[in-house]
Unconditional design. Sequence first.
Length: 303
Amino acid sequence: MISFRYHLVSIIAVFLAVALGIVIGTTALNGPITTDLRNQVNTLKNDRTNLAQQVKSLQGQVNNADAFADTFGSSVVAGTLSKQSVLVVTMPGASSTTRDGVLHEITAAGGKIAGNIALTPNYIDQRRSSDIISLVTTDQPNGLTLPLTNDPAALGAALLSYVLLGKGNATDLTQVVSAFAQLHMLSVESNVVPSTNVVIVGTGTMPNGDYGAKMELSLVAAMQTIGGHLVVAGNAAGATQSGLVAEVRGSSANRSAVSTVDDADAAIGQVSTVLALVNVINSNVGHYGTAKSADTLFPSPAR
């Protein structure tokens, strides 16, 4: 009969064999494994260094391009907007420096500023939505067909785009702009005349589903629907999350009809904005800048 001691000795022998195997195996493999891990770490370090050098090189190229645009941009765009009028609409919170740079390049291109309008935070404030509905439904320009909705974004956009693009009578534009100004929803920096060529200056991001983001995008959509030649010019932040540039690029209907620039806070983007507008007038839509959603950095010059 097999005794308990025999079982105990057998179990101990098995565990000793396993432990010995682990020790021997570890000793045999430790060198190759350690060497392989060290090689992988060194490879990753080299990759990181190479990527950092590439980023530095690309940033240098962008800086050089911006310096070139700052120096020679006016010469690049000269004459491209000859005999064209351009309306500039600045969204709430957009940089005045960006807007002024865009205005400068439009003028350098031979374009005439049809108007310089700035929407205020009141226009995109949900607490003021009833004011917009009341204004739009009380006095409508002849010929305007409002969308069948109580959505202030759609209604406000329909009215503003209709008069700004010259679809109403001669007096409609003045009356509508004055009415919105009295509500402190827009300010006018210069006399406004209708134009189908529009640059909308936006910036930054908004929360997903934000009321203000919907108000801004609705105005862009309404303008392009009734035949506007539109460029939305913003910055890199506006090309992410719910920024206006991102919203336009994320909508198939708007992306195919409205051009965007996501580096308009730099000289190269301001030159791009003018060239993008020239291309849109010639039915060539594109998306420009440094964001992943852009088609290319810079529009092809058009004459």
